[in-house]
Design a protein around this ligand. Structure first.
Ligand SMILES: Nc1ncnc2c1ncn2[C@@H]1O[C@H](COP(=O)(O)OP(=O)(O)O)[C@@H](O)[C@H]1O
Ligand SMILES: [Mg+2]
Length: 346
């Protein structure tokens, strides 16, 4: 500790207003909580947190660990080092936290001073980055493989063509057709996972105008799907590769229509916030289970009989290439929302 003793600092005040959440525990009972701690758990009044069992706010997965760490703090005067755990706020929402505890001797009593930091934003960013990195790795591998396979297949196709002119056999037509299909799939993958970014200029785009036009392409579905648009800040434009972005939004809208069996609703929202444009596409379709959400964007991942699993690969690639982000919220049987954020860059 360093202190200039000409200053009589009020330490209570320093702690009360610390940015870190600080609480003092007697066993598991909260006997002090600063303003940040109240804010962290989402409680307005000091009286609602005092004398409450700390485990009320700690995720049950960490109760045993917390008990043991606190025992060592109290009995062995050890420091419980930073550990990543989960907290449950007063309204029931779960957040990621970083927590540590140090022994705090008060008169004869061994208490624990606990410091907590909210790391949910950092965790979310890490998760997004991980997903983006995983997808780009998968994209690179699959496009590499696609190249390697496409070239020999094209050669084989040429030879089949020659063979047909020399010794015709009806099977050769089938061979040709199957080769065409395989080559088309690979070409599609290469286009989608590694679009020719250099060739398309970046232009100014009014997304709402484009989205309106894009939705009208699905007119034949309007008898069963009610389409609603909520467009705010229509004057806002973004800079980007128009064809790629429109293809991405087309893929998202197409998936939304396909997810709705029978009647349903599609909502497309557009608004501007903090130098970014947000587009949300929500459907009342079949939804996606949590374990499948992490596979979205992987080439060939499809749950449809006739699906290619290429649509979202194009979407993720395009949005990441524009430094945007995608968030997926879904509930099986209820519907799905794809929330796209694109920076305006000005
Ligand atoms: N709006 C949505 N609602 C439910 N599932 C979806 C939605 N969008 C995408 N999916 C799921 O993601 C998978 C991959 O989508 P995509 O890459 O477009 O390929 P495809 O549409 O050819 O199956 C779909 O097969 C589907 O399971
Ligand atoms: Mg699709």
């Amino acid at each position: 500790m360093a202190i200039d003793d000409t200053y009589e600092l009020n330490f209570q005040k320093l702690i009360d207003h610390s940015l870190n959440a600080i609480i003092v525990l007697r066993n598991k009972e909260i006997i002090y909580a600063n303003d940040s701690a109240l804010e962290l758990v989402g409680i307005d009044n000091h009286f609602d947190i005092l004398h409450v069992d700390f485990h009320t706010f700690l995720h049950p997965d960490y109760h045993d660990l917390c008990k043991e760490r606190l025992r060592r703090v109290r009995e062995e005067l050890e420091i419980a080092q930073l550990s990543e755990q989960k907290l449950i706020k007063a309204d029931g929402t779960e957040i990621d936290i970083e927590i540590m505890a140090v022994p705090y001797q008060h008169k004869e009593e061994a208490l624990a001073q606990v410091t907590i930091r909210d790391i949910s934003k950092r965790k979310q960013a890490e998760k997004k980055l991980y997903h983006a990195e995983k997808l780009s790795a998968i994209g690179e591998i699959s496009t590499g493989v696609a190249h390697e396979i496409k070239n020999p297949l094209t050669a084989v196709k040429g030879f089949v063509q020659l063979l047909k002119t020399e010794h015709y056999h009806p099977y050769l037509d089938i061979v040709s057709k199957e080769l065409d299909n395989a080559i088309a799939t690979l070409t599609n993958l290469l286009q989608v996972a590694k679009p020719d970014l250099e060739n398309e200029p970046s232009v100014s785009i009014h997304l709402t105008t484009e989205l309106e036009a894009l939705l009208s392409l699905f007119q034949d579905q309007f008898y069963r799907v009610k389409v609603e648009t909520r467009f705010y800040h229509e004057e806002q434009s973004i800079i980007g590769k128009k064809n790629l972005l429109l293809k991405a939004f087309f893929n998202l809208v197409k998936n939304a229509f396909e997810a709705i069996e029978g009647d349903g609703q599609l909502l497309v929202e557009h608004f501007y916030k903090e130098n970014a444009v947000y587009v949300k596409i929500s459907d009342t379709g079949v939804g996606i289970s949590q374990d499948k959400i992490k596979n979205l964007g992987t080439p060939f991942f499809s749950t449809k009989a006739e699906g290619t699993g290429m649509g979202l690969t194009q979407v993720y690639n395009t949005i990441h290439n524009h430094n945007g982000t995608i968030e997926v919220l879904s509930e099986v049987g209820k519907g799905t929302t794809f929330a796209i954020q694109l920076p305006c860059g000005n």
